[in-house]
Structures are given as structure tokens and as C-alpha cells.
Design a protein around this ligand. Structure first.
Ligand code: ADP
Ligand code: ADP
Length: 209
């Protein structure tokens, strides 16, 4: 299966992807995770991306497109993949379309996880992750267990200011790709409000339908 997860920052894309890949048995490809790994490793790509990410701006299309086209051509993606956080702009969606057509493969679904803006800042500023396992927590909604509570970390861009910038970019740059996938009959809208279990169940239904 070839699936794209779209949604504002904090919609629950990473949380849901981690649950879905176990059942679907496909790799989870998060551009945010790949870019953070590149920043940590100090690669040229990481150095190029870092300032954009800290500000809550999008990394330039040419950087992200090259990274993803290479990644989905890897052998572990031959049976499918779940893209999380890509595409995020119209040129990225067009480049993905072109690369998939050239490879003779098609998308199965684009899941749009919808969460109102009013809930986003709280989700983002409370987000923490376990650097050892990558597991995502929330200080109030999904607190880390006591034994790992002192090792969880907060992303540099999970401040209120960067979150507001990211949300604004989501509306101006990413939301316009929704009609592109809607016109192809691939879009599945999923209500992202409610418990993570409830959202997972809605996604499972959306993928069946
Ligand atoms: P995204 O990858 O879309 O940015 P995450 O999966 O990282 O979103 O979730 C953002 C924050 O919201 C995390 O702290 C996560 O624990 C929390 N979260 C995820 N899903 C829900 C939900 N259904 N209800 C409340 N909080 C959630
Ligand atoms: P979130 O969990 O808030 O949705 P991500 O982890 O997906 O955020 O992305 C973090 C940051 O990485 C973004 O704010 C942006 O700077 C950069 N980034 C991730 N994916 C893309 C992309 N497809 N295009 C441009 N920039 C990206």
C-alpha cells in the first residue's frame, strides 16, 4: 500500500503512522524525522535545513524532493510506504506524482487528519519524545511512563512561536494540495479529535472504504 498522511502540525500523523505501519507492514517515511537526523549528523543537507526548521519555515522544495525521491526508490519501499509530512507544497506533490508515474506505481490513499487550529498549540507545546525509541508522548494527553520521564526531550521547533509559523505555512502552502488529491479520488478525511485509539479506528475504516 502507498499512503500519504497529511495534516497540520500536531494532527497526530507521527502517532498514527507508528500504529499503522505495524499492521500494514510498510516503512514509515517522515521527512521531519529524516531532516532532524540529517541536522544531528551535521550533513550538508542538515546544515542547509536547520535554520528553516528552527524558524518553523518549510525547507526548500528542491532539498526535500531529492531526499524523498531517493528514499522511495529504496528496496524496502517496493511493496509500499507511508509518507508522513511529504508532500507539503504543490511542487512537492507534482514531483511525487511524476516520480511515481515514472516508476509505474500508484497511490492508494491520502489520509487528511483534521484537527482545528484551536487545539494545535497545546498539542505541540506539550509534545515530548523518547530519544531512545522515538516514541511520541504528550505531557497531559499521553504522559511518558515514570521510568522514562526524565529522558524525554522537546523538539527545538515545538515552541509556541514556531508552531504558529508552521500552522500558517500549513494553511498557505500545504492545504492547497488537498484539492489536487481530492480530484484524483484519493482523499480520505479523518477526524483527528478524540483519543488516539478512536482516530486509529477511523483511519482503518477510511482505508477499507
Ligand atoms: P504530527 O506528527 O502530526 O505533528 P504527533 O503524532 O507528533 O503529530 O502528535 C502531536 C502531539 O499530540 C504529541 O504530543 C501526541 O502525543 C499528541 N497527540 C497525538 N494524537 C493525539 C490525540 N488523538 N489526542 C490528543 N493528543 C494527541
Ligand atoms: P510536524 O510534526 O509539526 O508536522 P515535521 O516533523 O513533519 O513537523 O517537520 C518539522 C519541520 O521539518 C517542518 O517545520 C519543516 O521545517 C521541515 N519539513 C518537514 N517536512 C517537510 C517538507 N515536506 N517540506 C519542507 N519542509 C519540511
Amino acid at each position: 500500500m502507498r499512503i500519504i498522511l497529511v495534516g497540520p502540525p500536531g494532527a497526530g500523523k507521527g502517532t498514527q503512522a507508528a500504529r499503522l505501519i505495524d499492521t500494514l507492514n510498510i516503512p514509515h517515511i517522515s521527512t521531519g524525522d529524516m531532516l532532524r537526523a540529517a541536522v544531528k549528523a551535521g550533513t550538508t543537507l542538515g546544515l542547509e535545513a536547520q535554520a528553516f526548521m528552527t524558524r518553523g519555515d518549510l525547507v526548500p522544495d528542491e532539498v526535500v524532493i531529492g531526499m524523498i525521491i531517493e528514499r522511495i526508490a529504496a528496496p524496502d519501499c517496493s511493496k509500499g510506504f507511508m509518507l508522513d509530512g511529504f508532500p507539503r507544497t504543490a511542487p512537492q506533490a507534482a514531483a511525487l506524482d511524476e516520480a511515481m508515474a515514472a516508476a509505474g506505481v500508484t497511490l492508494d490513499a491520502v489520509l487528511l487528519i483534521e484537527v482545528p487550529d484551536s487545539l494545535i498549540v497545546e498539542r505541540i507545546t506539550g509534545r515530548r519524545s523518547d530519544p531512545e525509541t522515538g516514541a511520541i508522548y504528550h505531557l497531559a494527553f499521553n504522559p511518558p511512563p515514570a521510568e522514562i520521564a526524565d529522558r524525554v526531550v522537546q523538539r527545538k521547533d515545538d515552541t509556541e512561536a514556531a508552531c504558529v509559523a508552521r500552522l500558517s505555512k500549513y494553511h498557505s502552502e500545504t492545504a492547497p494540495i488537498v484539492p489536487f488529491y481530492e480530484a484524483k479520488g484519493l482523499l480520505r478525511r479523518v477526524d483527528g479529535v478524540g483519543s488516539p485509539d478512536a482516530v486509529t479506528a477511523r483511519i482503518a475504516d477510511a482505508l477499507k472504504g
